[in-house]
Design a protein around this ligand. Structure first.
Ligand SMILES: Nc1ncnc2c1ncn2[C@@H]1O[C@H](COP(=O)(O)OP(=O)(O)OP(=O)(O)O)[C@@H](O)[C@H]1O
Ligand SMILES: C[C@H](N)[C@H](N)CCCCCC(=O)O
Ligand SMILES: [Mg+2]
Length: 245
């Protein structure tokens, strides 16, 4: 297994839900890290919602991560497990298998892809989850379900929680933080990401989150436009990352 050192940090970007800005924040982190002189690779182990191209399945998140990693990567290195349908990945797998047998998205393959990227010796490896923290990998009513969070716990990755700022996010954020803590992990930092232009009392909600979440606040990312990116609003010093590596 690869070796994680201080200058070889691994982060797992999770969110309060799907479509809350995990990719948007990951892209900003990669751009900020590049500016600070860190070498980076990004990993999207499971992607559901892909275009079927002559080169194979291509997922927009994985393409963004591939473009913003500053160590050159092949698509399959960024995203080893891809499904065409934009649905829960374990259901996409079940549909492909076409039987009622129990199938699991293999944690082994997710781990192998991660270890392969570590061998490129990046200063930082950034992993984007799929959906929220408890993304199912498969299971049945009889057997023990498996979750993507097992991979994060096993490798003791530093978790970054993206809170999609919308009504209901307080409950989702607290439940996610409880689940992460129950898994024996700490949140390395959390981000408030403005996904709802109509949300009222944004600042008050952020203040509530600061008191509800026992984790460093990395920043408040507004609705972005043009060349602006999330990295411009994040304090990476709070993740223990500084310009001197
Ligand atoms: N701060 C922001 N400003 C403007 N648009 C944003 C912002 N954050 C997210 N978005 C947009 O919202 C949508 C969902 O964001 P994103 O794809 O990053 O979510 P996600 O959590 O990665 O979703 P998934 O679960 O599918 O991986 C995208 O169209 C993205 O461009
Ligand atoms: C298709 C979507 N954008 C994501 N890639 C997959 C989200 C899976 C969510 C599963 C769930 O928790 O219900
Ligand atoms: Mg995404």
């Amino acid at each position: 297994m690869g070796h994680l050192t201080k200058s070889n940090r691994a982060f797992f970007v999770t969110g309060t839900d799907t479509e809350v800005g995990k990719t948007c924040i990951s892209k900003g982190l990669l751009l900020a890290l590049d500016k600070m002189g860190y070498s980076t690779v990004a990993y999207k182990p499971i992607a559901a919602g892909c275009e079927n191209t002559p080169d194979g399945l291509r997922n927009e998140d994985a393409l963004i991560l591939q473009r913003h990693s500053n160590i050159e990567l092949q698509y399959d290195e960024v995203n080893p497990i891809a499904f065409e349908a934009a649905i829960a990945p374990h259901l996409a797998l079940k549909a492909l298998a076409g039987s009622d047998d129990v199938h699991f998205i293999p944690v082994d393959k997710i781990r192998e892809g991660f270890v392969h990227l570590l061998q490129k010796e990046p200063n930082v490896i950034l992993v984007e989850g799929a959906g929220g923290w408890r993304l199912p990998l498969g299971g049945s009513y009889l057997g023990r379900p498996r979750y993507l969070s097992e991979f994060v716990s096993e490798l003791n990755l530093s978790v970054i929680l993206v809170v999609g700022m919308r009504l209901g996010c307080l409950n989702h954020a607290v439940l996610t933080a409880e689940a992460i803590s129950n898994d024996g992990l700490k949140i390395a930092g959390w981000v408030a990401n403005q996904v709802d232009p109509d949300m009222v009392l944004v600042d008050e909600n952020i203040e509530s989150l600061k008191s509800l979440l026992d984790a460093p606040f990395l920043g408040n990312v507004p609705q972005l436009s043009g060349d602006d990116h999330a990295g411009n609003y994040l304090n990476l010093g709070r993740l223990g990352l500084s310009a001197e590596i």
